[in-house]
Design a protein around this ligand. Sequence first.
Ligand code: FES
Length: 575
Amino acid sequence: MPPKTIERDRLGAVGLDNGLTNYGDTEFARYLRRSFAKSMGYSNESLAKPVVGICYTASGFNNCHRHFPELLAAVERGVLAKGALPITFPMISLGEAFLSPTSMVYRNLMAMAVEEMIRAQPMDSVVLMGGCDKTVPALLMGAASAGKPAALALAGPMVAGRHRGERVSACTDCRRFWARFRAGEISTHEIGVIEGRLAASAGTCSVMGTASSMAMISETIGMAVPGSATVPAVHSDRLRISEATGVLAADMAISGGPTPDQIITKESVENALRVLLAVSGSTNAIIHLTAVAGRLGIEVSLDRLNELSDETPVLVDLKPVGSGYMEDLHAGGGLRGVLAEISEKLFLECKNLEGTTLSDRIADAPLDPVDRNVIRKANCPVNPVGGLIALRGSLAPDGAILKRAAATEELLEHEGRAVVFSSLDDLAAKIDDPRLEIEPDDIMVLQNAGPRSESGMPEAGYFPIPKKLAKQGVTDMIRISDARMSGTAFGTVVLHVTPEADLGGPLALVRNGDKIRLSANSKRIDLLVDGDELRERRACYRAERSCPKRGYANLYYRSVLPAPQGCDFDFLVES
Ligand code: FES
Protein backbone atom coordinates (compact mmCIF):
# COMPACT_ATOMS: atom_id res chain seq x y z
CA MET A 1 0.00 0.00 0.00
CA PRO A 2 1.29 3.49 -0.74
CA PRO A 3 1.83 5.81 2.22
CA LYS A 4 -1.38 7.68 2.98
CA THR A 5 0.31 11.05 3.19
CA ILE A 6 3.61 12.44 2.02
CA GLU A 7 6.07 12.62 4.90
CA ARG A 8 6.12 16.01 6.56
CA ASP A 9 9.29 15.90 8.57
CA ARG A 10 10.87 18.68 6.58
CA LEU A 11 10.20 22.25 7.54
CA GLY A 12 7.82 23.77 5.02
CA ALA A 13 7.99 21.00 2.40
CA VAL A 14 4.79 19.17 1.58
CA GLY A 15 5.70 18.07 -1.94
CA LEU A 16 2.90 16.77 -4.06
CA ASP A 17 0.42 17.40 -1.23
CA ASN A 18 0.67 21.14 -1.92
CA GLY A 19 -2.70 22.65 -2.86
CA LEU A 20 -4.83 19.59 -3.47
CA THR A 21 -7.51 19.75 -6.12
CA ASN A 22 -10.87 20.44 -4.52
CA TYR A 23 -13.28 17.50 -4.84
CA GLY A 24 -14.76 17.99 -1.39
CA ASP A 25 -12.78 14.92 -0.23
CA THR A 26 -9.14 15.56 0.70
CA GLU A 27 -8.06 11.93 0.84
CA PHE A 28 -9.65 11.22 -2.54
CA ALA A 29 -7.86 14.23 -4.02
CA ARG A 30 -4.53 12.96 -2.67
CA TYR A 31 -5.19 9.41 -3.91
CA LEU A 32 -6.20 10.64 -7.37
CA ARG A 33 -3.19 12.97 -7.68
CA ARG A 34 -0.80 10.19 -6.71
CA SER A 35 -2.49 7.83 -9.13
CA PHE A 36 -2.07 10.25 -12.01
CA ALA A 37 1.50 11.04 -10.95
CA LYS A 38 2.22 7.32 -11.03
CA SER A 39 1.04 7.21 -14.62
CA MET A 40 4.22 9.22 -15.30
CA GLY A 41 6.29 6.49 -13.68
CA TYR A 42 7.05 8.07 -10.30
CA SER A 43 7.79 5.70 -7.41
CA ASN A 44 6.48 6.12 -3.85
CA GLU A 45 9.98 7.18 -2.87
CA SER A 46 10.02 9.97 -5.48
CA LEU A 47 6.53 11.11 -4.55
CA ALA A 48 7.57 11.47 -0.92
CA LYS A 49 10.20 14.10 -1.76
CA PRO A 50 9.86 17.88 -1.65
CA VAL A 51 9.01 19.17 -5.12
CA VAL A 52 11.00 21.78 -7.02
CA GLY A 53 8.95 23.14 -9.91
CA ILE A 54 10.96 24.26 -12.93
CA CYS A 55 9.27 27.06 -14.85
CA TYR A 56 10.53 26.31 -18.35
CA THR A 57 10.55 28.89 -21.14
CA ALA A 58 12.16 27.07 -24.05
CA SER A 59 10.30 27.81 -27.28
CA GLY A 60 10.78 27.49 -31.00
CA PHE A 61 10.01 31.20 -31.09
CA ASN A 62 12.81 32.12 -28.70
CA ASN A 63 16.34 31.86 -30.09
CA CYS A 64 17.84 33.17 -26.84
CA HIS A 65 16.63 30.06 -24.97
CA ARG A 66 17.64 27.44 -27.53
CA HIS A 67 20.18 25.87 -25.13
CA PHE A 68 17.58 25.42 -22.38
CA PRO A 69 17.30 21.61 -22.78
CA GLU A 70 20.94 21.36 -21.68
CA LEU A 71 20.51 23.87 -18.85
CA LEU A 72 17.35 22.09 -17.72
CA ALA A 73 19.24 18.81 -17.37
CA ALA A 74 21.81 20.59 -15.18
CA VAL A 75 19.11 22.17 -12.99
CA GLU A 76 17.42 18.77 -12.57
CA ARG A 77 20.78 17.20 -11.66
CA GLY A 78 21.20 19.74 -8.86
CA VAL A 79 17.69 19.20 -7.52
CA LEU A 80 18.07 15.41 -7.50
CA ALA A 81 21.49 15.61 -5.84
CA LYS A 82 19.88 17.27 -2.82
CA GLY A 83 17.08 14.74 -2.54
CA ALA A 84 14.19 16.75 -3.98
CA LEU A 85 12.01 15.95 -6.98
CA PRO A 86 12.28 18.26 -10.04
CA ILE A 87 9.05 18.69 -12.00
CA THR A 88 9.18 20.84 -15.10
CA PHE A 89 6.21 22.82 -16.38
CA PRO A 90 5.96 24.87 -19.59
CA MET A 91 5.55 28.61 -19.47
CA ILE A 92 4.76 31.30 -22.01
CA SER A 93 8.02 32.38 -23.63
CA LEU A 94 8.62 35.84 -25.05
CA GLY A 95 11.19 35.84 -27.86
CA GLU A 96 11.89 39.51 -28.41
CA ALA A 97 11.88 39.54 -32.20
CA PHE A 98 9.01 37.11 -32.68
CA LEU A 99 6.10 38.95 -31.08
CA SER A 100 3.69 41.46 -32.53
CA PRO A 101 3.09 44.26 -31.88
CA THR A 102 5.79 43.96 -29.18
CA SER A 103 6.83 41.60 -26.40
CA MET A 104 6.09 44.32 -23.85
CA VAL A 105 2.35 43.82 -24.30
CA TYR A 106 2.73 40.18 -23.21
CA ARG A 107 5.08 40.67 -20.25
CA ASN A 108 2.14 41.05 -17.87
CA LEU A 109 0.35 38.07 -19.42
CA MET A 110 3.43 35.95 -18.76
CA ALA A 111 3.77 37.39 -15.23
CA MET A 112 0.16 36.40 -14.51
CA ALA A 113 0.75 32.91 -15.87
CA VAL A 114 3.92 32.53 -13.78
CA GLU A 115 2.17 33.67 -10.61
CA GLU A 116 -0.89 31.52 -11.09
CA MET A 117 0.95 28.36 -12.14
CA ILE A 118 3.39 28.59 -9.21
CA ARG A 119 0.47 29.04 -6.86
CA ALA A 120 -1.85 26.48 -8.45
CA GLN A 121 0.58 23.57 -8.86
CA PRO A 122 2.15 21.47 -6.09
CA MET A 123 5.68 22.70 -5.56
CA ASP A 124 7.71 23.72 -2.52
CA SER A 125 10.06 25.98 -4.46
CA VAL A 126 10.56 26.95 -8.08
CA VAL A 127 13.43 27.50 -10.50
CA LEU A 128 12.62 30.27 -12.95
CA MET A 129 14.38 29.69 -16.27
CA GLY A 130 14.59 32.79 -18.43
CA GLY A 131 16.82 35.33 -20.10
CA CYS A 132 15.35 37.08 -23.13
CA ASP A 133 14.28 40.67 -22.42
CA LYS A 134 10.77 40.37 -20.98
CA THR A 135 11.04 36.86 -19.58
CA VAL A 136 13.13 37.73 -16.51
CA PRO A 137 10.90 40.65 -15.44
CA ALA A 138 7.80 38.49 -15.93
CA LEU A 139 9.32 35.62 -13.94
CA LEU A 140 10.33 37.92 -11.09
CA MET A 141 6.98 39.74 -11.04
CA GLY A 142 5.04 36.48 -10.97
CA ALA A 143 7.28 34.83 -8.40
CA ALA A 144 7.20 37.91 -6.14
CA SER A 145 3.40 37.80 -6.11
CA ALA A 146 3.19 34.00 -5.76
CA GLY A 147 5.31 34.18 -2.63
CA LYS A 148 6.96 30.74 -2.82
CA PRO A 149 10.75 30.31 -2.59
CA ALA A 150 12.12 30.96 -6.09
CA ALA A 151 15.52 31.10 -7.79
CA LEU A 152 16.38 32.37 -11.27
CA ALA A 153 18.37 30.22 -13.70
CA LEU A 154 19.47 32.70 -16.34
CA ALA A 155 20.21 32.00 -20.01
CA GLY A 156 23.50 33.93 -20.11
CA PRO A 157 24.67 36.16 -22.95
CA MET A 158 25.61 35.13 -26.50
CA VAL A 159 29.21 35.09 -27.62
CA ALA A 160 30.24 37.53 -30.35
CA GLY A 161 30.69 36.58 -34.02
CA ARG A 162 33.03 38.06 -36.63
CA HIS A 163 32.54 40.20 -39.73
CA ARG A 164 35.47 41.47 -41.79
CA GLY A 165 37.75 40.74 -38.83
CA GLU A 166 35.62 42.81 -36.44
CA ARG A 167 33.70 41.31 -33.52
CA VAL A 168 29.95 41.73 -34.01
CA SER A 169 26.93 40.71 -32.00
CA ALA A 170 23.28 41.43 -31.33
CA CYS A 171 22.06 43.97 -31.23
CA THR A 172 23.93 47.27 -31.09
CA ASP A 173 25.86 46.17 -34.16
CA CYS A 174 22.56 45.25 -35.89
CA ARG A 175 21.48 48.87 -35.63
CA ARG A 176 24.86 50.29 -36.58
CA PHE A 177 25.06 48.20 -39.75
CA TRP A 178 21.41 48.94 -40.58
CA ALA A 179 22.05 52.68 -40.28
CA ARG A 180 25.03 52.31 -42.64
CA PHE A 181 22.91 50.28 -45.05
CA ARG A 182 20.25 53.01 -45.03
CA ALA A 183 22.93 55.60 -45.67
CA GLY A 184 24.06 53.62 -48.73
CA GLU A 185 27.44 52.62 -47.25
CA ILE A 186 26.72 48.87 -47.24
CA SER A 187 25.37 46.78 -50.12
CA THR A 188 22.27 44.60 -50.04
CA HIS A 189 24.52 41.56 -50.39
CA GLU A 190 26.68 42.54 -47.42
CA ILE A 191 23.76 43.33 -45.12
CA GLY A 192 22.46 39.83 -45.96
CA VAL A 193 25.81 38.31 -44.93
CA ILE A 194 25.83 40.36 -41.71
CA GLU A 195 22.32 39.11 -40.94
CA GLY A 196 23.79 35.62 -40.53
CA ARG A 197 26.62 36.73 -38.27
CA LEU A 198 25.00 38.90 -35.62
CA ALA A 199 23.55 36.22 -33.35
CA ALA A 200 26.37 33.70 -33.26
CA SER A 201 25.21 31.43 -30.43
CA ALA A 202 22.42 30.63 -28.03
CA GLY A 203 21.91 33.16 -25.24
CA THR A 204 20.75 36.71 -24.82
CA CYS A 205 21.96 39.84 -26.64
CA SER A 206 25.59 40.26 -25.71
CA VAL A 207 25.72 44.00 -25.06
CA MET A 208 24.41 45.86 -22.00
CA GLY A 209 20.86 45.73 -23.36
CA THR A 210 17.70 44.89 -21.47
CA ALA A 211 18.45 41.18 -20.99
CA SER A 212 21.96 41.85 -19.67
CA SER A 213 20.69 44.71 -17.48
CA MET A 214 18.00 42.47 -15.98
CA ALA A 215 20.56 39.72 -15.41
CA MET A 216 22.81 42.20 -13.55
CA ILE A 217 19.80 43.40 -11.53
CA SER A 218 18.71 39.84 -10.69
CA GLU A 219 22.12 38.83 -9.41
CA THR A 220 22.60 42.11 -7.52
CA ILE A 221 19.24 41.78 -5.79
CA GLY A 222 20.16 38.24 -4.84
CA MET A 223 17.61 36.20 -6.80
CA ALA A 224 20.28 34.41 -8.88
CA VAL A 225 23.46 32.67 -7.74
CA PRO A 226 26.75 34.63 -7.98
CA GLY A 227 28.19 34.62 -11.50
CA SER A 228 24.76 34.20 -13.12
CA ALA A 229 24.67 37.56 -14.86
CA THR A 230 27.72 37.38 -17.07
CA VAL A 231 28.82 33.79 -17.76
CA PRO A 232 28.29 33.22 -21.49
CA ALA A 233 25.36 30.98 -22.42
CA VAL A 234 27.57 28.35 -24.02
CA HIS A 235 30.31 28.28 -21.34
CA SER A 236 30.54 25.15 -19.17
CA ASP A 237 30.30 27.44 -16.11
CA ARG A 238 26.74 28.19 -17.22
CA LEU A 239 25.90 24.51 -16.74
CA ARG A 240 27.55 24.48 -13.31
CA ILE A 241 25.58 27.60 -12.34
CA SER A 242 22.39 25.89 -13.50
CA GLU A 243 23.23 22.84 -11.39
CA ALA A 244 24.00 25.07 -8.40
CA THR A 245 20.62 26.76 -8.90
CA GLY A 246 18.95 23.35 -8.74
CA VAL A 247 20.81 22.57 -5.50
CA LEU A 248 19.79 25.91 -4.05
CA ALA A 249 16.14 25.46 -5.04
CA ALA A 250 16.10 22.02 -3.41
CA ASP A 251 17.51 23.50 -0.20
CA MET A 252 14.83 26.17 -0.34
CA ALA A 253 12.11 23.57 -0.89
CA ILE A 254 13.28 21.69 2.18
CA SER A 255 13.73 24.73 4.44
CA GLY A 256 10.70 26.65 3.16
CA GLY A 257 12.57 29.83 2.35
CA PRO A 258 13.66 32.44 1.73
CA THR A 259 10.69 33.84 -0.13
CA PRO A 260 11.11 36.65 -2.73
CA ASP A 261 9.88 39.35 -0.34
CA GLN A 262 12.80 38.54 1.97
CA ILE A 263 15.30 39.12 -0.87
CA ILE A 264 13.65 41.87 -2.93
CA THR A 265 13.63 44.71 -0.42
CA LYS A 266 13.77 48.49 -0.58
CA GLU A 267 17.52 48.29 -0.01
CA SER A 268 18.28 45.53 -2.53
CA VAL A 269 16.15 47.33 -5.15
CA GLU A 270 18.20 50.49 -4.61
CA ASN A 271 21.40 48.43 -4.94
CA ALA A 272 20.05 47.15 -8.26
CA LEU A 273 19.31 50.69 -9.43
CA ARG A 274 22.88 51.70 -8.55
CA VAL A 275 24.29 48.84 -10.58
CA LEU A 276 22.00 49.68 -13.50
CA LEU A 277 23.44 53.19 -13.50
CA ALA A 278 27.04 52.05 -13.10
CA VAL A 279 26.78 49.69 -16.08
CA SER A 280 24.80 52.26 -18.09
CA GLY A 281 22.07 49.70 -18.53
CA SER A 282 18.86 49.69 -20.46
CA THR A 283 16.10 52.27 -20.10
CA ASN A 284 13.65 49.35 -20.17
CA ALA A 285 15.16 47.97 -16.98
CA ILE A 286 13.79 50.99 -15.06
CA ILE A 287 10.27 50.00 -16.10
CA HIS A 288 10.86 46.34 -15.26
CA LEU A 289 12.54 46.96 -11.90
CA THR A 290 9.69 49.31 -11.00
CA ALA A 291 7.17 46.59 -11.87
CA VAL A 292 9.01 43.88 -9.91
CA ALA A 293 9.41 46.13 -6.86
CA GLY A 294 5.78 47.26 -7.20
CA ARG A 295 4.64 43.66 -6.71
CA LEU A 296 6.01 43.94 -3.16
CA GLY A 297 4.85 47.49 -2.45
CA ILE A 298 8.30 49.03 -3.03
CA GLU A 299 8.36 52.31 -4.93
CA VAL A 300 11.05 53.21 -7.47
CA SER A 301 10.79 56.98 -7.83
CA LEU A 302 12.17 58.97 -10.75
CA ASP A 303 13.42 61.63 -8.32
CA ARG A 304 15.45 59.00 -6.46
CA LEU A 305 16.74 57.70 -9.79
CA ASN A 306 18.11 61.17 -10.54
CA GLU A 307 19.74 61.48 -7.12
CA LEU A 308 21.47 58.13 -7.56
CA SER A 309 22.40 58.92 -11.15
CA ASP A 310 24.19 62.11 -10.19
CA GLU A 311 26.41 60.28 -7.71
CA THR A 312 26.99 56.96 -9.51
CA PRO A 313 29.62 56.93 -12.27
CA VAL A 314 29.43 54.75 -15.37
CA LEU A 315 32.19 52.20 -14.89
CA VAL A 316 31.56 49.53 -17.48
CA ASP A 317 32.82 50.01 -21.03
CA LEU A 318 30.32 47.91 -22.98
CA LYS A 319 28.19 48.53 -26.03
CA PRO A 320 25.93 50.35 -26.69
CA VAL A 321 27.69 53.09 -24.67
CA GLY A 322 31.25 51.75 -24.96
CA SER A 323 33.05 49.09 -26.93
CA GLY A 324 33.00 45.67 -25.22
CA TYR A 325 30.62 42.73 -25.00
CA MET A 326 29.28 40.73 -22.06
CA GLU A 327 31.97 38.09 -22.57
CA ASP A 328 34.54 40.85 -21.88
CA LEU A 329 32.73 41.89 -18.72
CA HIS A 330 32.66 38.28 -17.56
CA ALA A 331 36.37 37.75 -18.20
CA GLY A 332 37.16 41.18 -16.78
CA GLY A 333 35.62 40.70 -13.35
CA GLY A 334 31.87 40.32 -13.89
CA LEU A 335 29.28 41.79 -11.59
CA ARG A 336 31.51 41.29 -8.54
CA GLY A 337 34.08 43.63 -10.08
CA VAL A 338 31.41 46.32 -10.53
CA LEU A 339 29.98 45.85 -7.03
CA ALA A 340 33.45 46.14 -5.49
CA GLU A 341 33.99 49.50 -7.21
CA ILE A 342 30.76 51.05 -5.88
CA SER A 343 30.66 49.15 -2.59
CA GLU A 344 30.60 52.24 -0.36
CA LYS A 345 27.34 53.30 -2.05
CA LEU A 346 25.59 49.94 -1.51
CA PHE A 347 23.53 48.40 1.27
CA LEU A 348 26.04 45.68 2.06
CA GLU A 349 23.92 43.73 4.54
CA CYS A 350 21.43 42.65 1.86
CA LYS A 351 21.43 38.86 1.57
CA ASN A 352 21.01 36.68 -1.49
CA LEU A 353 19.06 33.39 -1.67
CA GLU A 354 22.05 31.54 -0.25
CA GLY A 355 22.03 33.80 2.81
CA THR A 356 25.31 35.47 1.81
CA THR A 357 25.56 39.20 2.41
CA LEU A 358 26.55 41.53 -0.41
CA SER A 359 29.59 42.41 1.65
CA ASP A 360 30.71 38.75 1.67
CA ARG A 361 29.98 38.36 -2.05
CA ILE A 362 32.25 41.30 -2.77
CA ALA A 363 34.96 39.99 -0.43
CA ASP A 364 34.92 36.61 -2.21
CA ALA A 365 37.49 37.76 -4.77
CA PRO A 366 38.50 35.42 -7.62
CA LEU A 367 42.15 34.79 -8.56
CA ASP A 368 41.94 36.83 -11.76
CA PRO A 369 42.59 40.57 -11.62
CA VAL A 370 39.85 42.96 -12.74
CA ASP A 371 40.38 44.13 -16.34
CA ARG A 372 40.41 47.92 -16.04
CA ASN A 373 39.72 48.32 -19.76
CA VAL A 374 36.26 46.88 -19.08
CA ILE A 375 35.51 47.80 -15.46
CA ARG A 376 37.00 51.18 -14.69
CA LYS A 377 38.13 52.41 -11.31
CA ALA A 378 35.63 54.78 -9.70
CA ASN A 379 38.23 57.57 -9.97
CA CYS A 380 38.66 56.99 -13.72
CA PRO A 381 35.11 56.29 -14.95
CA VAL A 382 33.72 56.01 -18.46
CA ASN A 383 31.39 58.80 -17.38
CA PRO A 384 31.42 60.61 -14.01
CA VAL A 385 27.62 60.40 -13.66
CA GLY A 386 25.07 57.63 -14.19
CA GLY A 387 23.91 56.59 -17.64
CA LEU A 388 20.19 57.21 -17.14
CA ILE A 389 18.22 60.22 -15.96
CA ALA A 390 14.58 61.15 -15.61
CA LEU A 391 13.32 64.36 -17.20
CA ARG A 392 10.31 66.44 -16.27
CA GLY A 393 8.87 69.59 -17.77
CA SER A 394 5.88 70.90 -19.64
CA LEU A 395 6.19 68.17 -22.29
CA ALA A 396 6.43 65.36 -19.70
CA PRO A 397 4.81 66.45 -16.42
CA ASP A 398 4.92 62.89 -15.04
CA GLY A 399 8.36 62.09 -16.36
CA ALA A 400 10.44 60.81 -19.26
CA ILE A 401 13.71 58.92 -19.49
CA LEU A 402 16.95 59.83 -21.27
CA LYS A 403 19.97 57.56 -21.58
CA ARG A 404 22.43 60.43 -21.41
CA ALA A 405 25.44 58.11 -21.62
CA ALA A 406 24.29 56.99 -25.09
CA ALA A 407 23.46 60.52 -26.29
CA THR A 408 25.41 63.00 -28.40
CA GLU A 409 27.05 65.49 -26.03
CA GLU A 410 26.15 68.59 -28.12
CA LEU A 411 22.47 67.63 -28.21
CA LEU A 412 22.06 67.34 -24.45
CA GLU A 413 21.40 71.10 -24.26
CA HIS A 414 19.38 71.93 -27.35
CA GLU A 415 16.36 73.89 -28.54
CA GLY A 416 14.83 72.98 -31.88
CA ARG A 417 11.78 72.91 -34.10
CA ALA A 418 9.41 69.93 -33.79
CA VAL A 419 8.76 67.62 -36.71
CA VAL A 420 5.79 65.51 -35.65
CA PHE A 421 4.75 61.98 -36.59
CA SER A 422 1.29 61.17 -35.27
CA SER A 423 1.78 57.40 -35.14
CA LEU A 424 4.15 54.65 -36.20
CA ASP A 425 2.25 54.34 -39.49
CA ASP A 426 2.66 58.07 -40.09
CA LEU A 427 6.37 57.74 -39.27
CA ALA A 428 6.81 54.84 -41.70
CA ALA A 429 4.99 56.76 -44.45
CA LYS A 430 6.96 60.00 -44.09
CA ILE A 431 10.42 59.36 -42.69
CA ASP A 432 12.08 58.61 -46.03
CA ASP A 433 9.85 60.83 -48.13
CA PRO A 434 12.17 63.28 -49.93
CA ARG A 435 9.48 65.97 -49.44
CA LEU A 436 9.71 65.73 -45.64
CA GLU A 437 10.67 69.18 -44.38
CA ILE A 438 13.37 68.49 -41.86
CA GLU A 439 16.79 69.85 -40.89
CA PRO A 440 19.53 68.19 -38.80
CA ASP A 441 18.87 70.40 -35.76
CA ASP A 442 15.12 69.74 -35.72
CA ILE A 443 13.59 67.55 -33.02
CA MET A 444 11.59 64.55 -34.17
CA VAL A 445 8.46 63.75 -32.13
CA LEU A 446 6.56 60.47 -32.33
CA GLN A 447 3.05 60.39 -30.81
CA ASN A 448 0.75 57.51 -29.88
CA ALA A 449 3.34 54.82 -29.21
CA GLY A 450 2.87 54.59 -25.43
CA PRO A 451 1.64 51.71 -23.28
CA ARG A 452 -2.05 52.21 -24.20
CA SER A 453 -1.45 52.74 -27.90
CA GLU A 454 -2.24 50.10 -30.47
CA SER A 455 1.47 49.36 -30.80
CA GLY A 456 1.77 48.73 -27.03
CA MET A 457 4.87 50.83 -26.28
CA PRO A 458 7.21 49.19 -28.79
CA GLU A 459 10.96 49.70 -28.93
CA ALA A 460 10.41 52.33 -31.58
CA GLY A 461 11.79 55.36 -29.74
CA TYR A 462 15.08 54.96 -31.57
CA PHE A 463 13.52 55.68 -34.93
CA PRO A 464 15.69 56.18 -37.98
CA ILE A 465 17.32 59.37 -39.15
CA PRO A 466 15.50 60.42 -42.36
CA LYS A 467 17.34 58.87 -45.28
CA LYS A 468 18.08 62.21 -46.94
CA LEU A 469 19.82 63.43 -43.75
CA ALA A 470 21.58 60.09 -43.14
CA LYS A 471 23.07 60.38 -46.62
CA GLN A 472 24.43 63.80 -45.65
CA GLY A 473 26.23 62.16 -42.73
CA VAL A 474 23.76 63.00 -39.94
CA THR A 475 24.02 60.20 -37.37
CA ASP A 476 21.99 61.53 -34.43
CA MET A 477 19.05 63.85 -33.80
CA ILE A 478 16.86 64.38 -30.74
CA ARG A 479 13.95 61.97 -30.88
CA ILE A 480 11.05 62.19 -28.41
CA SER A 481 8.22 59.72 -27.88
CA ASP A 482 6.09 57.82 -25.42
CA ALA A 483 7.62 54.60 -26.77
CA ARG A 484 10.54 52.58 -25.38
CA MET A 485 13.84 51.82 -27.08
CA SER A 486 15.89 48.68 -27.12
CA GLY A 487 18.57 48.58 -24.47
CA THR A 488 20.99 47.90 -27.28
CA ALA A 489 20.20 51.21 -29.03
CA PHE A 490 21.95 54.57 -28.72
CA GLY A 491 21.42 58.23 -29.58
CA THR A 492 19.78 61.30 -28.03
CA VAL A 493 16.44 59.67 -27.46
CA VAL A 494 13.83 60.84 -24.95
CA LEU A 495 11.51 57.99 -24.05
CA HIS A 496 8.53 56.99 -21.91
CA VAL A 497 7.04 60.50 -22.08
CA THR A 498 4.22 60.53 -19.52
CA PRO A 499 1.29 61.13 -19.66
CA GLU A 500 1.36 59.37 -23.01
CA ALA A 501 -0.35 60.83 -26.07
CA ASP A 502 -3.21 58.32 -25.91
CA LEU A 503 -4.15 59.72 -22.51
CA GLY A 504 -4.10 63.26 -23.87
CA GLY A 505 -0.72 64.22 -22.42
CA PRO A 506 1.05 67.33 -23.75
CA LEU A 507 2.87 65.07 -26.21
CA ALA A 508 -0.44 64.68 -28.06
CA LEU A 509 -0.66 68.47 -28.51
CA VAL A 510 2.71 69.04 -30.20
CA ARG A 511 2.50 70.36 -33.78
CA ASN A 512 5.02 70.81 -36.56
CA GLY A 513 7.10 73.92 -35.99
CA ASP A 514 6.61 74.12 -32.19
CA LYS A 515 9.77 74.83 -30.25
CA ILE A 516 11.02 72.18 -27.80
CA ARG A 517 13.91 72.53 -25.37
CA LEU A 518 15.92 69.63 -23.94
CA SER A 519 18.21 70.33 -21.01
CA ALA A 520 19.93 67.29 -19.53
CA ASN A 521 21.68 69.54 -17.00
CA SER A 522 18.35 70.78 -15.64
CA LYS A 523 16.72 67.41 -16.30
CA ARG A 524 13.93 69.11 -18.24
CA ILE A 525 12.03 68.63 -21.45
CA ASP A 526 9.76 71.56 -22.31
CA LEU A 527 7.24 72.38 -25.00
CA LEU A 528 7.64 76.12 -25.62
CA VAL A 529 4.05 76.88 -26.56
CA ASP A 530 1.95 79.31 -24.53
CA GLY A 531 -0.83 78.11 -22.25
CA ASP A 532 -3.76 79.62 -24.17
CA GLU A 533 -2.70 77.94 -27.37
CA LEU A 534 -2.31 74.60 -25.59
CA ARG A 535 -5.76 74.97 -24.01
CA GLU A 536 -7.27 75.52 -27.46
CA ARG A 537 -5.50 72.48 -28.83
CA ARG A 538 -6.63 70.41 -25.86
CA ALA A 539 -10.25 71.40 -26.44
CA CYS A 540 -9.98 69.90 -29.94
CA TYR A 541 -8.08 66.77 -28.86
CA ARG A 542 -9.66 63.35 -29.51
CA ALA A 543 -7.97 60.09 -28.46
CA GLU A 544 -6.88 57.96 -31.42
CA ARG A 545 -7.89 54.64 -29.95
CA SER A 546 -10.92 53.13 -28.26
CA CYS A 547 -10.88 50.15 -25.90
CA PRO A 548 -10.55 46.82 -27.77
CA LYS A 549 -13.77 44.83 -27.47
CA ARG A 550 -12.51 41.46 -26.24
CA GLY A 551 -9.80 39.25 -24.86
CA TYR A 552 -6.42 40.12 -23.45
CA ALA A 553 -6.25 43.35 -25.48
CA ASN A 554 -9.34 44.58 -23.60
CA LEU A 555 -7.85 43.67 -20.20
CA TYR A 556 -4.53 45.25 -21.15
CA TYR A 557 -6.05 48.54 -22.35
CA ARG A 558 -8.21 48.92 -19.24
CA SER A 559 -5.52 47.96 -16.76
CA VAL A 560 -2.05 48.97 -17.91
CA LEU A 561 -0.35 51.59 -15.74
CA PRO A 562 1.95 54.32 -17.10
CA ALA A 563 5.70 53.84 -17.47
CA PRO A 564 6.68 55.44 -14.13
CA GLN A 565 4.58 52.71 -12.45
CA GLY A 566 6.26 49.95 -14.39
CA CYS A 567 3.46 49.36 -16.95
CA ASP A 568 2.08 46.67 -14.64
CA PHE A 569 -1.66 46.07 -14.40
CA ASP A 570 -3.39 48.18 -11.78
CA PHE A 571 -4.95 45.13 -10.11
CA LEU A 572 -1.61 43.32 -9.68
CA VAL A 573 0.37 45.99 -7.88
CA GLU A 574 0.78 45.55 -4.14
CA SER A 575 -0.60 48.61 -2.39
FE1 FES B 1 16.55 37.84 -26.59
FE2 FES B 1 17.91 40.21 -27.22
S1 FES B 1 16.55 39.00 -28.47
S2 FES B 1 17.81 39.11 -25.37
